[in-house]
Design a binder for this molecule. Structure first.
Ligand code: NI
Length: 176
């Protein structure tokens, strides 16, 4: 169990295309430990999602968990692909563990169907809606070198944390 160092905005690893994981590696103790370390790092930073490039490992692994949010199970996705985007869009506040102190509104499809491998290498294929769908899209963006800032169509909503808490305190932001 270890808390890993989080790569911050400006670190080139956040802009790289992450490599697929060799399925033969998934069940090995070092890889399983890495997944546990990713969860520990995410909990320590109080986020609900973390992608491996955010801990300077350019591989297609993401972890997500949001206790108390219905329809949002604890999730590990390896080598994920989005198969389908729903027709409706949803706008929500996002933050990122690699971008300190900023929140911004991002519009994304409200539903996605995603496939990949779970933490034991078993295939998964499921649909997600709500915060879970937003989190999946944010995390998968990290695997192609994209940050939520790149997805903002209106930079005028970009907000520093103190101002967010002051002016938008009734709203919540997903920190992923
Ligand atoms: Ni992020």
């Amino acid at each position: 169990m270890a808390v890993l160092k989080i790569a911050k905005l400006g670190n080139p690893v956040l802009r790289k295309i992450a490599a697929p994981v060799d399925p033969a590696d998934i069940r090995t103790p070092p890889f399983q430990r890495f997944i546990d370390d990713m969860f520990d790092t995410m909990y320590d930073a109080e986020g609900i999602g973390l992608a491996a490039p955010q801990v300077s490992r350019s591989q297609q692994v993401v972890v997500m968990e949001c206790p108390g949010e219905s329809g949002f199970p604890k999730t590990v996705l390896i080598n994920p692909t989005i198969l389908y985007y729903g027709p409706n869009q949803v706008e929500s506040w996002e933050g990122c563990l690699s971008i300190d102190g900023l929140r911004g509104k991002v519009t994304r499809p409200s539903m996605v169907r995603v496939k990949g491998l779970d933490r034991y290498g078993a295939p998964v294929d499921f649909e997600a809606t709500g915060l879970y769908a937003v989190c999946i899209q944010h995390e998968l963006d990290h695997l192609i070198g994209k940050l939520f800032l790149d997805r903002m169509t209106d930079l005028s909503t970009l907000t520093q944390l103190e101002e967010f808490d002051h002016y938008w305190r009734k709203e919540t932001a997903a920190v992923i």
